[in-house]
Design a protein around this ligand. Structure first.
Ligand SMILES: Cc1ncc(COP(=O)(O)O)c(C=O)c1O
Length: 395
């Protein structure tokens, strides 16, 4: 980069970068003063533009057509009896996953926790990967609401191997909790959208079945795994007793999740949903957004995956940044900021000054997620910003 361009960029990034470098007015060098003058116009222009929001794939706005579908939705009372739009969604979801039945719920947290509820009794234990959403980000609801404990196993960026699990089933002994369930997450959120490979899903689920354990899949981003691998949804789903999917992540619907499985289990889930306060009346209003997303937004996830590769390349090209893991499977990119460049929060703040929003997920880790509301051009710009911020902080 030319020296002049570097100087101009110094102004744009002034906020946290300047704070990070402890540049008070008294100590600010002529480089920054010059850059401030040159950059004023472009800076104010950027401040009025919409930010490129890469914090999560949950930030999407409903599209115009989706809003239309929501406005026109036929609704009923899904607690007294049924709601026609909810029913259509549940049927379509079950069909797409190749499961017997499905039930609509407000959130992925609820579908996961109700799955645990119906698979386990108080005093039971489930096995899961230590970075998974169920264990880390759902307030241990399995313990609070269902009297169930968790046994965690460290995966490699969320990916487990059956050999890690073989010795974990507790013997039948009144001193011990009963091992009852295995939960997998695919793709893995904290593992940077990594796909639990099909072969290992198969091995883990076969082992679990042979040993009398139930299997639940947190498939909040299962659609991403299916699109990225070309392995169909029913192929993934068939190895599990229950599968939870989310409509408000990559699919871009405003609200909702579904739990799919055999009719008998889904009947139990409906009872538990009422207990957990998830009975919703004219739920067709939100189900219509989810239906629209299922019908229109699955295949396009490939675009998000391609966009994530552009961000990954930007990270690879930046000294001091490293991908965690090196390979990006789907729509989530996590990278580490070398401590010599400051913290992840400082890096995120510098990106924010450039109207690119990212999330610091640990003191040195930053997460970027591509989705329906960021196009290739915006992603290219975000990549440039990453490279520029990194170059500036390297100086
Ligand atoms: C893998 C995974 N499972 C479950 C959830 C929970 O979904 P919700 O926010 O709808 O409760 C999330 C949310 O980000 C997630 O990433």
């Amino acid at each position: 980069m030319l020296q002049l361009e570097r100087l101009r960029f110094g102004l744009i990034l002034r906020g946290s970068v300047v704070a990070f470098r402890a540049m008070s007015d008294a100590t600010e060098g002529p480089r920054y003063k010059l850059a401030r003058e040159r950059g004023r116009d472009s800076f104010s222009k950027r401040m009025t533009s919409t930010p490129i929001d890469l914090r999560s794939d949950t930030v999407t706005q409903p599209t115009t057509s989706m809003r239309q579908a929501i406005a026109n939705a036929a609704v009923g009372d899904d607690v007294i009896e049924t709601d026609p739009s909810v029913e259509r969604l549940q049927d379509l979801c079950a069909e797409m996953l190749g499961m017997e039945s499905a039930i609509f719920m407000p959130s992925g947290t609820m579908t996961n926790q109700i799955a645990i509820r119906i698979h386990c009794q108080p005093g039971d234990e489930f096995i899961c990967e230590s970075g998974c959403h169920i264990y880390n980000y759902e307030q241990a609801a399995f313990a609070q609401l269902s009297g169930v404990s968790a046994r965690t196993v460290d995966g490699e960026f969320g990916v487990l191997h059956v050999d890690q699990l073989r010795d974990l089933i507790r013997p039948d002994n009144e001193h011990l909790v009963r091992t009852r369930l295995v939960c997998l997450e695919n793709t893995h959120n904290r593992g940077a959208g990594r796909i639990q490979p099909y072969e290992s899903v198969l091995e883990i689920c076969e082992w679990a079945k042979e040993n009398g354990l139930r299997r639940h899949l947190d498939g909040a981003r299962l659609f991403n795994a299916a699109v990225a691998t070309g392995i169909d949804l029913p192929d993934w789903a068939q190895h599990f007793d229950t599968v939870s999917v989310c409509f408000s992540k990559g699919l871009g619907a405003p609200v909702g999740s579904a739990l799919a499985g055999p009719k008998e289990l889904i009947k139990q889930a409906r009872r538990a949903r009422k207990l957990f306060g998830g009975g919703m009346r004219q739920a067709g209003i939100i189900a219509a957004g989810a239906l629209y997303a299922l019908e229109h937004h699955v295949d396009r996830l490939a675009e998000d995956h391609a966009n994530a590769q552009v961000l990954a390349d930007a990270v690879r090209q930046s000294e001091g940044l490293s991908l965690q893991p090196e390979i990006v499977d789907t729509n989530i990119v996590i990278f580490r900021v070398d401590p010599s460049m400051g913290s992840a929060s400082q890096f995120v703040e510098s990106m924010r000054e450039e109207r690119v929003l990212a999330m610091a997920t640990a003191p040195q880790l930053i997460r970027l997620v591509t989705h329906l509301d960021v196009n290739a051009e915006q992603v290219a710009r975000a990549g440039d910003v990453i490279k520029q911020v990194a170059a500036l902080l390297q100086e």
